[in-house]
Ligand binder design. Structure first.
Ligand code: AN7
Length: 358
């Protein structure tokens, strides 16, 4: 337990004896069975809780490999463009390894918790007007001009690390599931999972590979539309991406696996976000809820999941984005310190007790 991705999965990663086995305790995240949403689908539904990683998202699995290789190659600085989670992860691993970290984020559209992380871990945070896609071009340009290691998912070590989540799913279930529902932004993660599932299948560690069901937000769904989106919009700021780096790989994963990439609306995302929290006790960030929104939408559109095993990837922790949480739930009610008044508010008029949840 707790040995980290580099040690645990060394034989499946491009490591050498000179690769430092750094870790912040990433990986080995829980796979939790659904108790509520499952009933609506007829299948067996599990949530892969990637928000339990050290910086609160799946990015840590790939970042630990990318940063270890950067150290091996004697790099002195990391750079990335990010909608938030990549920057938090890069900042943390950079801090623990003594590397300078530069992160480019879209000004005004990165969730508060992620910004707080990048800042407190000590990264140089550069907020740029406009969308993530332009930040990505600038980060690539800077990495070309200077000896900075680009740690976006264009860095091949990132996807190598992220594929270990698929290994864990197979190990937890004893086989690959029938379906994997996953949010899609830059499309690195769906690419990495597909690679991981194929790799374990070819090593006879699973009897099948799952159908890969990727979901973009409707207002930033370039893969679904078949063209880049100039001004992507969605409440799920992590996946507000108009021109994904791994576009073609996502299409391939969908095709080869018998799944595909589709869109869910912000309303569908927020419905799934609230349901996940208040009916399952799982607090994922809005982008993560896109996987569950996709599952509910597919079921309602008639996809038969009877007897099937389904995994939804909950990619990031809900605490990352407190503003969206506060906007989606009622305000707390304020009382004076008076037992009777508070009691009345909780159980209503005398004699009418209501102890069970509505
Ligand atoms: C919670 O941090 O792109 O399809 O710069 O933070 O691999 O991009 C984050 C993406 C899903 C989409 N869920 O994954 C970034 C960034 C969460 C995320 C995605 C992201 P990809």
């Amino acid at each position: 337990m707790g040995q980290g991705v580099l040690t645990h999965y060394a034989e499946f990663l491009p490591l050498t004896p000179a690769t430092p086995r750094i870790t912040l305790g990433e990986g080995e995240t829980p796979l939790v069975r659904s108790r509520h949403i499952e009933r609506e689908t007829g299948g067996e539904v599990y949530f892969k809780l990637e928000g339990c990683n050290p910086t609160g998202s799946f990015k840590d699995r790939g970042m630990v490999v990318a940063v270890a290789k950067a150290l091996e190659e004697d790099s002195k600085a990391l750079i990335c463009a990010s909608t938030g989670n990549t920057s938090a992860s890069a900042a943390a691993f950079g801090a623990c390894c003594g590397l300078k970290v530069i992160v480019l984020v879209p000004q005004g559209s990165i969730a508060l918790g992620k910004l707080a992380q990048a800042l407190i871990y000590g990264a140089q945070v550069i907020a740029i007007e406009g969308s993530f896609d332009r930040d990505m071009e600038i980060a690539r340009g800077l990495a070309d001009r200077h000896p900075f290691t680009l740690v976006n998912s264009l860095n091949p070590y990132r996807l190598e690390g992220q594929k270990t989540a698929a290994f864990e799913v197979i190990e937890a279930l004893g086989d690959a599931p029938d379906y994997l529902f996953i949010p899609v932004g830059n499309a690195g993660n769906i690419t990495a999972y597909w690679r991981g599932f194929q790799e374990f299948h070819s090593r006879e560690k699973s009897s099948q590979t799952p159908r890969m069901m990727g979901f973009q937000a409707e207002g930033s769904a370039p893969i679904v539309r078949g063209e880049p989106v100039a001004d992507p919009r969605t409440v799920a700021s992590a996946i507000r991406i108009g021109n994904p780096a791994h576009w073609q790989n996502a299409v391939t994963a969908g095709k080869e696996s018998g799944g595909g990439v589709e869109a869910v609306s912000d309303d569908e995302i927020l419905e799934a976000y609230r349901l996940l929290a208040n009916a399952e006790g799982v607090f994922g960030e809005p982008a993560s809820a896109a996987s569950v929104a996709g599952l509910l939408k597919s079921t309602r559109q008639g996809l038969s999941l009877e007897g099937k095993r389904i995994v939804c990837v909950i990619t990031g922790n809900g605490l990352k984005d407190p503003d969206t949480a506060m906007s989606q739930a009622p305000e707390p009610t304020v009382f004076p310190p008076d037992l009777e008044q508070i009691e009345k508010a909780i159980i209503g008029a005398p004699g009418s007790s209501s102890w069970t949840r509505p």
